[in-house]
Ligand binder design. Structure first.
Ligand code: ZN
Length: 426
């Protein structure tokens, strides 16, 4: 494993050097694909397991941009703590970059309950974690509270090793699936005894490691943050779910402003937060391309919306400039460019999707087509045309949405359809 420096805006990325094309996976909660015992991120069939201790190390030191090169699907586990990774970073050094750090401040409490796990995150001007942990039988109940900064990270958290219970690995040991040296990368608890090749590094090493895992998992929001987290019996699954909820809150002011805020009056005395929100969305009823991409997951060559010009209740109007550079004109048809009718249907669905996806609980979801009815194509759409997409959301219940849409060019309908779609978690 090699850590490389990276320019501002990179975030933390894992690069698989052993795979063709050296694919990269961004350490973002959207890329989390498994949280059973450790956190796995992936894209397509490329995965990296157990990213949390590396991510905690970067977050602990306040490192925002770095590339982690790996020649395997998992970083070396070392001694089960972050000590070795800290040594690598201390040896390399840390430089400050010219860009301002974009720290997210939790604005409203976020609560999460999952089985035995309870988490509550409150606004605070520092990043603080208060945690209690214990096993199922209530053994080794421990408590620790820490304000995270590079100093407390290195001193109080980084050396805490991962631990497991003998019952969980008994089968593996008996069947020779773990080498004898496994005590070198985890503390094993057997009944009331702690099995380890070196003494405990902190009397409450277990809960400190739980905090280490939280720091790593929460860094998947992709930004440094402030807030006070109180966590009871945390798990990777709950940590990542909390990261999703934080991400939703991060996007919330923008979404609310898009939809509900009245247009700003010309003269007004506004506070800093309010003006920042207003600047991001100068007009409550329109979205530019960048804002559309915050709501829709579609990208080139499949984003069929350039701009939303009006949102009014369950009605929405958007536009798409059809240029001769659209990739599909190459084959549809050579020397006779016509926009494929199904892509107009897609445009209707995407615009309807904006209305559904702007609700907080739907952020990050993807819309699947379930049905298209009463589809009519009336006129060909050619390069140079501006497609106006008028959509009315006729039903939005749970995950199912139904919409009626018309595409117009120069005020005349060129296609229409009723589409039904379902929102699924990406
Ligand atoms: Zn861990």
């Amino acid at each position: 494993m090699t850590f490389l420096s990276a320019p501002p805006g990179t975030g933390i990325r894992f690069r698989r050097m052993d795979r063709e094309g050296k694919p990269e996976i961004e350490a973002r909660v959207e890329n989390v694909i498994e949280t059973n015992r450790s956190t796995t991120i992936g894209r397509g069939n490329v995965k990296v397991h157990t990213v949390e201790h590396i991510l905690a190390t970067f977050a602990g030191y306040g490192i925002d941009n770095a590339i982690v090169e790996l020649d395997a699907n998992e970083p070396p586990i070392a001694d089960g703590s972050a000590r070795e990774y800290c040594k690598m970073i201390e040896a390399a050094g840390i430089v400050s970059q010219p860009e301002r750090r974009d720290v997210f401040t939790v604005t409203e409490p976020i609560e999460l309950q999952m089985g035995e796990t309870e988490m509550a995150l409150f606004p605070d001007d520092v990043f603080k974690i208060t945690c209690t942990s214990s096993d199922k039988q209530g053994r080794f109940t421990q408590f620790f509270s820490v304000e995270l900064n590079p100093k407390t990270w290195e001193r109080d958290i980084a050396h805490a090793r991962t631990f497991c219970f003998y019952e969980e690995i008994e089968y593996l040991i008996k069947n020779g699936l773990i080498k004898g040296g496994s005590l070198e990368n985890a503390v094993v608890v057997r009944d009331d005894a702690v099995l380890t090749t070196e003494p405990l590094r902190y009397p409450n090493e277990f809960v400190r490691h739980k905090i280490l895992d939280i720091i790593g998992d929460l860094s998947l929001i992709g930004r440094p943050m402030t807030g006070h987290l109180i966590a009871v019996k945390p798990s990777h699954t709950a940590n990542c779910e909390l990261a999703r909820l934080i991400t939703a809150q991060m996007r919330k002011p923008l979404v609310v402003a898009q939809t509900f805020a009245p247009p700003p009056s010309p003269v007004r005395n506004v506070g800093a937060t309010e003006s920042a929100t207003r600047d991001a969305f100068p007009d409550s009823a329109t979205l530019d391309t960048m804002q559309v991409m915050k709501v829709l997951p579609h990208r080139y060559p499949f984003l069929m919306v350039d701009r939303v010009t009006k949102i009014d209740g369950n009605k929405i109007t958007a536009m798409k400039n059809v240029s001769v550079n659209e990739p599909y004109f190459q084959g549809h048809f050579p020397n006779h460019p016509v926009m494929p009718g199904v892509l107009q249907l897609e445009a209707i669905a995407q615009v309807a999707g904006i209305l559904m996806l702007k609700q907080i609980e739907n952020i990050g979801r993807i819309a699947y087509f379930m049905a298209a009815e009463s589809v009519k194509w009336r006129k060909p759409v050619r390069p140079g045309d501006t497609l106006i997409i008028d959509v009315e959301l006729t039903k939005a219940r749970g995950k199912i949405g139904k919409a009626k849409g018309v595409c117009l060019v120069n005020g005349e309908p060129v296609s229409e359809a009723e589409v039904t779609f379902m929102l699924v978690d990406a």
